[in-house]
Unconditional design. Structure first.
Lengths: 305, 296, 368
């Protein structure tokens, strides 16, 4: 198009520049500070240029904090969460979309409702449930009077106890109780031509066959997008991993990092070391974004639809 | 789209497929929610000493607590300011990135990075960057002592929270809004140009109206999220201070429940907060949703 | 209503293109230097296959594409460096490009709003155009609530409300079904009669070209093959390309050799008497070939390969010395299944083309 958009383009370039500075600024400062020593920090404050203490600080992270094992926890949690979410979402979306069942609408509504209230809102009672996953069973037995019956026969009511706190499963489960993935897959399935299904049936494919041979390969990009999105979300969770783990060795890296900051005012915290920790903790997700950005963007756009 | 001929007729297989997920959701979503409402009617002893039905006493207690209302007010203030900025700034960035300029491509790459640093890591980073003694504003403090004191001045602390929240919110909203802008067909721009509208004018007459659905969506999601996601930032940067100035409702609930062991009070507040969020979401859909959808 | 008609007729400007070139890079030349003049008030159809440069030409006239070289004049003004809004052109897009968030009224009034026309005048002009196009009852609807044909009328209304000097159409009928396409063709012809705007209409459909155009500009790989009235193009095609592009089924082109006194086909049969030597391409339209009858030409034998009965006529495909020739039989003619046909090529209906360049050689035989 022939038009004079120069003023607009200049303004746009400036805006993008400012935006990029706003984003990269804190990241750069973190990295630069992580390469300086504590004394440097006390003397000069913020580091505007890199120093030579990076590996020193990193080494201290490894020797003085529990971050290494917490990184492992984060990896386990994020990875398992992503896998679990992918599988569960795919299966549930498949069941809801491709079967003639009357309860499809209800099931989908129940699943979708989970998006409205993220885990951070329901943390108090989720913690209680996690401390005894059988509590609803117990409650049901109590309320229905069955326990009274059982107590009469066996001498004691049924009171099951199983705590999943401070376990990997407990860290993951409430985070996986989230309907975004199902929604994503459902939207994706609806974009597939109906003729695909009919052709498969003509070829004699049953539901499992259809799912494995046809749907699964076609859903590759959705899987990738959901995986990346959920992995990042799992890695960066804070409140739930904080309360669901009682020992530092079970905490996730992000929680461990936050614990490095002193609670109260007083001396200046050892920011170089903490920033080194931040760099290490953020390395995995940032790498993921750098390499798999295409899928991340796809995931964000799909979830919008 | 799915007519009768495109569905399998098995009865039990779908149940089997959905069951694990349903179990998970019921156990870790619906039971906790139900329990929150349930407990708000009981006085829970924290160490398993049984519970006592107290009717609406908990609600009365919570609703007459000044701290609760203050936390609620702060939450709303945060919600409005932080969410608006977290949508407005990405919007401006998206409009800028949509133009065919050299910075568009690198910007689109870089603006997604905060997604990897989300939550508490941002808090840690911003706690450092905005530290009054060694942070980016330290020189300012040296020149005008006390001008930036998030440890003492509640507003400064609040500002730090908002800055951190916006920083973390840019990727998601930026990507959605940019995708919306890029889905506007080129011929629409051409037609408007032929009608005499220059590039500045087209931003307001063509681009903004046509991304209303995406704007609406990001706003709705932002409102909901700002109510809850600020916890990580608060716990790392301000710890609710100074003097409770940044104690939002979600933080207060955590403190009451896990430090104060006031399970009933925390549950009650949780119940109230949940109802608020649900009503908010519903209201947005009802009032705004209908006006936004038109065919392209 | 007459006010709009006369205003547009008065505003109609000629379009002159001098040495116009368009190249995306030195290797990709879309339009080599082109010179053409379109008269004011004329309905010109730019016709050609995909990729021939017709849309590019249109967009350069509109100002939506930069020219690489040369000049464009609208009336007497040089416009190739001007923005679209300063050229006095209006365009109807293939997908209409209506603003979905504005009502029909607002869509049509938008250009007037941008140029600062006072509100009352805007309402008046839009109302007049709406009446002319039968849209008066739809002014408060949004495009999403209209049918395809109605949307197109809104797109047209949006263009003419500006009383433009030049009206540009970019394949506007491609998205309509056959019946609607036919109806819109009639409406467009009617509209042109009324307002007499200088119109440039791009299409790949030769039926639209033949029925709507005052003159057709046929493009092939950016070059002008022929620029003439539909009748002239049909009866006197300037090249093999034009001959095969216009007419359905297309003109038959046969390779012939002249031996000094007659033109012979590949199998030796004489198809015409002419004092020519060398290789040529010979053209004859399917409906001009006479089967079994007497005409002023030569009779040749051909083997019938295929027959399609279309109700009003049949199309036969016959093997003539190795090439397939199509014949359109007149109404009522009964072709029983035969293996051999006697075809008569009337000399007056033959077209001769250069074997290498494909350009027509007029006057060598009867038809030219």
């Amino acid at each position: 198009m022939i038009e004079n958009a120069r003023s607009l383009n200049i303004v746009a370039s400036l805006i993008l520049l400012v935006g990029m500075v706003y984003i990269l600024g804190p990241l750069y400062l973190t990295l630069a500070t992580a390469t300086q020593s504590y004394e440097f920090l006390l003397r000069n404050g913020l580091a505007w240029y890199p120093g030579d203490q990076f590996f020193n600080n990193v080494a201290r992270i490894f020797t003085e904090t529990r971050i290494p094992i917490q990184m492992f926890n984060s990896l386990a949690v994020a990875f398992s969460l992503a896998i679990a979410t992918c599988i569960l979402s795919f299966l549930s979306a498949y069941a809801i979309v491709y079967f003639r069942i009357r309860w499809a609408g209800v099931a989908f509504a129940l699943i979708l409702a989970t998006i409205m209230l993220p885990v951070d809102i329901r943390v108090i009672t989720t913690y209680q449930v996690a401390s005894n996953v059988f509590s609803p069973v117990n409650a049901l037995l109590d309320v229905s009077g069955l326990n009274g019956l059982i107590a009469g026969i066996f001498g004691a009511p049924v009171q099951l106890e199983l705590s999943v706190l401070n376990t990997h499963f407990g860290l993951i489960a409430p985070l996986a109780a989230h309907g975004t993935g199902t929604f994503l897959f459902r939207q994706f399935f609806r974009t597939l031509p109906g003729d695909l299904f009919k052709a498969a049936r003509m070829d004699g494919a049953g539901p499992i066959r259809f799912m494995v041979d046809i749907l699964l390969p076609l859903s590759r990009t959705s899987f990738a997008a959901l995986f990346v999105l959920t992995f990042l979300s799992g890695w960066t969770q804070y409140l739930w991993p904080l309360v669901a783990s009682s020992t530092p060795d079970m905490q996730t890296a992000v929680v461990g990092l936050a614990r490095l900051l002193p609670d109260s005012e007083g001396e200046v915290p050892d920011f170089p070391m903490i920033m080194a920790g931040a760099v290490i903790v953020s390395l995995v997700p940032l790498l993921m974004i750098a390499l798999l950005q295409r899928y991340l963007v796809q995931g964000l756009v799909l979830s919008e639809k | 789209m799915t007519s009768e001929s495109t569905l399998f007729s098995n009865r039990w297989l779908p149940v089997l497929l959905v069951a694990p997920f349903m179990l998970l959701i019921v156990l870790f979503f619906y039971v906790p929610i139900f329990q929150a409402f349930y407990w708000s009617f009981f006085l829970e002893q924290p160490f398993g000493g049984g519970s006592m039905f107290v009717g609406l006493d908990n609600f009365a207690r919570v609703l007459s607590d000044r701290e609760f209302w203050q936390a609620g007010w702060r939450t709303i203030v945060f919600m409005v300011t932080a969410s608006s900025l977290a949508v407005l700034i990405p919007l401006i960035l998206a409009v800028a990135a949509d133009r065919r300029i050299r910075l568009s491509l690198p910007a689109r790459n870089v603006l997604v990075w905060p997604k990897g640093v989300a939550g508490a890591s941002i808090g840690v980073v911003f706690a450092f960057v905005f530290n009054p003694f060694v942070g980016i504003l330290a020189p300012l403090n040296k020149a005008f002592p006390g001008i930036w004191a998030p440890g003492i001045d509640g507003t400064d602390a609040f500002i730090t929270l908002i800055a951190a929240h916006v920083w973390g919110g840019i990727p998601f909203n930026f990507v959605i809004l940019l995708a919306g802008l890029q889905s506007i067909p080129r011929t629409m721009h051409q037609a408007a140009a032929m009608d005499g509208a220059g590039p500045w004018r087209r931003i307001f007459d063509v681009q903004l109206p046509l991304i209303m659905p995406q704007l609406f969506l990001t706003l709705v999601l932002e409102f909901t999220e700002s109510v809850t996601s600020a916890f990580a930032l608060i716990d790392t940067i301000t710890h609710g201070g100074p003097g409770g100035a940044t104690t939002l409702l979600v933080y207060k609930i955590y403190k009451d429940g896990f430090s104060g062991y006031d399970l009933s009070g925390a549950s009650t507040q949780t119940a109230i907060l949940m109802v608020f969020v649900i009503l908010l979401t519903a209201a947005q859909f009802v009032f705004l949703g209908r006006r936004i959808n038109y065919e392209r | 209503m007459n006010a709009i008609d006369t205003a547009i007729r008065a505003a109609a400007a000629s379009i002159t293109v001098k040495d116009l070139t368009k190249a995306y890079d030195p290797q990709t030349v879309v339009i080599p230097p082109m010179d053409v003049e379109l008269k004011a008030g004329e309905f010109t159809v730019v016709l050609g296959p995909s990729g021939c440069g017709k849309s590019t030409l249109l967009q350069m006239i509109a100002g939506l594409e930069r020219v690489t070289g040369g000049k464009i004049l609208i009336g007497t003004r040089e416009v190739q460096d001007l923005e679209p809004k300063h050229r006095g052109c209006a365009m109807v897009f293939q997908n209409y490009a209506l603003y979905p968030h504005m009502t029909v009224f607002e869509n049509m009034a938008y250009s007037l709003k941008v140029s600062g026309t006072p509100k009352a005048e805007r309402a008046e002009r839009v109302a007049a155009v709406a009446r002319m196009l039968g849209l008066a009852d739809y002014l408060h609807r949004k495009p999403g609530q209209l049918s395809g044909g109605q949307r197109q009328r809104v797109a047209i209304g949006r263009a003419i409300v500006r009383e433009p000097g030049v009206l540009l159409f970019d394949e506007p009928l491609s998205n309509l079904d056959a019946q609607l396409r036919h109806d819109m063709r009639v409406e467009l012809a009617d509209l042109h009669r009324r307002i007499g705007a200088t119109t440039v209409f791009v299409t790949h459909d030769q039926v639209e070209a033949m029925t709507l155009a005052d003159r057709i500009l046929i493009l092939n790989k950016g070059r002008i093959e022929q620029f003439d009235t539909p009748k002239a193009i049909y009866h006197h095609p300037a090249s093999v390309f034009v001959a095969k592009f216009i007419g359905a089924p297309p003109m038959n082109i046969l390779a012939v050799t002249g031996d000094g006194s007659a033109l012979r086909l590949a199998d030796g049969q004489v198809v015409a008497n002419a004092p020519l030597t060398g290789a040529y391409q010979l053209g004859i339209r399917p409906e001009d070939i006479v089967v079994d009858g007497k005409a002023d030409g030569h009779a040749v034998k051909a083997a019938l390969r295929f027959r399609e009965d279309l109700g009003s006529h049949s199309v036969l495909a016959a093997d003539l010395g190795g090439s397939i020739v199509r014949i359109a039989t007149p109404f009522g003619m009964d072709i029983v299944d035969r293996l051999e046909l006697l075809l008569n090529f009337p000399t007056s209906r033959l077209h001769l083309f250069d074997a290498a360049t494909g350009r027509a050689i007029p006057g060598a035989l009867g038809a030219q």
